[in-house]
Design a protein around this ligand. Structure first.
Ligand code: UT7
Length: 329
C-alpha cells in the first residue's frame, strides 16, 4: 500500500480591522516610527479591540471562511488543533470553543502551547494524525489576541505584537505531496528571557500579581534575538542537509515573523535570496500563532503543486524547528 502523505489543501486568515500604527505608538510610549521600522521592520499591527471577542472568535472566523472556500461542512472535520498562548480560558481549550462555534460536531480538539512555534508544532502533529490513516480532515489553527497580554506602557514589547488568526486544512494526498520532514526542539533555558510570570500554578493571580504587571508578556529581547537567529538557521539547515536540498530546490521559506532583522539574518546565513522568503511583518507585527498561516494565505496563489516550502519558527520556551512540505494545489 502506498504511504499516505498529509498535505495542506486550504488556508484562510482572519485579521481584525483596527490598526495601531507606529505613529499611534509614539503617543503612547517613548518611541518613534524610525526606530521601530529600523529595529523590527514593523509598520503597523491589527488589534481586536472588542472586549467581547477573544482568540476563539478569530479562530472560528478563519475556520468558517476556510470551510466555505473548500465547500465543506463543519460536520466533515475530524480534529481541530489550536496553537495559542492567549487562550480564551485556561480550560476549556480554545480548539474546543472553535469547534463549538463553527458547528464541528464530529470533531475532537485540543490546544498546543509552544509560543511562537505553536503553529509549526501543531501543523506537524496534525499531518501525523492524517498520515496515521485514522483522520481525514484535520484543521490546524494559529490564533492569538496578543493585545490582551501586552503592556502598552512597555516600549520594549508593545511595538512588537498584533492580533490575528490563520487556519489550514490538512488532508490525505495520493500524489506524495504534503509533509516530507520535520525537525523540532525545545530548551527550557529560554524561560528566563521570554515568559509571562503570573496566572499559572507558580504565581496564581492575586492583587499583587496584577499590581506587579505579572500578567503581561515579558521579554529580554537581545538574548532571544540571538537564539532565534541561530535556532531557525540550525533547523532549516538540518532539514535541508538530511533531504539533500539546496536553496535552488526550495520555492519559499516561511519564517515566523518576529523581527525583520532576524528573518534577513537567517536568509543570509542559509544563502537564500530574500525574494524566496515570505515576509509580511510590516503589516501585522508578531501575531505569535498566526504568522505562518497568514503568510501561506497571502502567498498561496504564487505556489503550485510540487513546490517545496520550509516552515520555520522560534519562540518562547525556547521552542524552535522547521518542516519541509511539498505544496499540493
Ligand atoms: O517571537 C518570539 C521570539 N521573539 C523574538 O524573536 C524577538 C527577539 N528580539 C528582538 O526582536 C529585539 O531584541 C527587539 C526588537 C525586541 C529589540 O531590539 P534590539 O536591537 O535588541 O534593541 P535593545 O533592546 O538592545 O535596545 C536598544 C536601545 C536601548 O537603548 P540604550 O540602552 O541603547 O540607550 C533601548 O532602551 O533601544 C532602546 N529601545 C527603544 N527605543 C525606541 C528599546 N525599545 C525601544 C523603542 N523605541 N520601542
Amino acid at each position: 500500500m502506498p504511504r499516505i502523505t498529509a498535505a495542506i489543501t486550504g488556508v484562510h486568515g482572519f485579521i481584525p480591522k483596527d490598526i495601531i500604527t507606529n505613529k499611534d505608538l509614539e503617543i503612547m510610549v517613548d518611541t518613534n516610527d524610525e526606530w521601530i521600522k529600523a529595529r523590527t521592520g514593523i509598520e503597523e499591527r491589527h488589534i481586536l479591540r472588542d472586549p467581547n471577542l477573544a482568540t476563539s472568535d478569530m479562530g472560528a472566523a478563519a475556520v468558517m471562511a476556510l470551510l466555505e472556500k473548500k465547500g465543506m461542512s463543519p460536520l466533515d472535520i475530524d480534529l481541530i488543533i489550536c496553537a495559542t498562548v492567549t487562550p480564551d480560558y485556561f480550560f476549556p481549550d480554545t480548539g474546543t470553543l472553535i469547534a463549538y462555534k463553527v458547528g464541528a460536531k464530529n470533531a475532537f480538539a485540543y490546544d498546543i502551547t509552544a509560543a511562537c512555534s505553536g503553529f509549526l508544532f501543531s501543523a506537524t502533529t496534525g499531518a501525523k494524525m492524517v498520515e496515521s490513516g485514522s483522520y481525514k480532515n484535520v484543521i490546524v489553527v494559529g490564533a492569538d489576541k496578543m493585545s490582551t497580554i501586552t503592556d502598552y506602557t512597555d516600549r520594549a514589547t508593545c511595538i512588537l505584537f498584533g492580533d490575528a488568526a490563520g487556519a489550514i486544512l490538512i488532508q490525505p494526498n495520493e500524489k506524495g505531496n504534503g509533509l516530507l520532514d520535520s525537525w523540532m526542539r525545545v530548551d527550557g533555558v529560554g524561560a528566563e528571557f521570554l515568559h509571562m510570570k503570573g496566572g499559572g500554578s507558580r504565581n496564581p493571580p492575586t492583587h499583587e500579581t496584577v499590581d506587579k504587571k505579572m500578567h503581561f508578556l515579558y521579554q529580554d529581547g537581545k538574548p532571544v534575538f540571538k537564539a532565534a537567529t541561530k535556532g531557525m538557521a540550525e533547523a532549516v539547515s538540518e532539514i535541508m542537509k538530511r533531504n539533500n536540498l539546496s536553496p535552488d530546490d526550495i520555492t519559499y521559506v516561511v519564517p515566523h515573523q518576529a523581527n525583520l532583522r532576524i528573518i534577513q539574518a537567517v536568509a543570509d546565513m542559509l544563502k537564500f535570496p530574500i525574494e524566496k522568503v515570505m515576509i509580511n511583518i510590516q503589516k501585522y507585527g508578531n501575531t505569535t500563532g498566526a504568522t505562518i498561516p497568514l503568510c501561506l494565505w497571502e502567498w498561496q496563489d504564487k505556489l503550485k503543486p510540487g513546490d517545496k516550502i520550509i516552515l520555520t519558527a522560534f519562540g518562547g520556551g525556547y521552542t524552535w524547528g522547521a518542516s519541509l512540505w511539498s505544496w499540493a494545489y
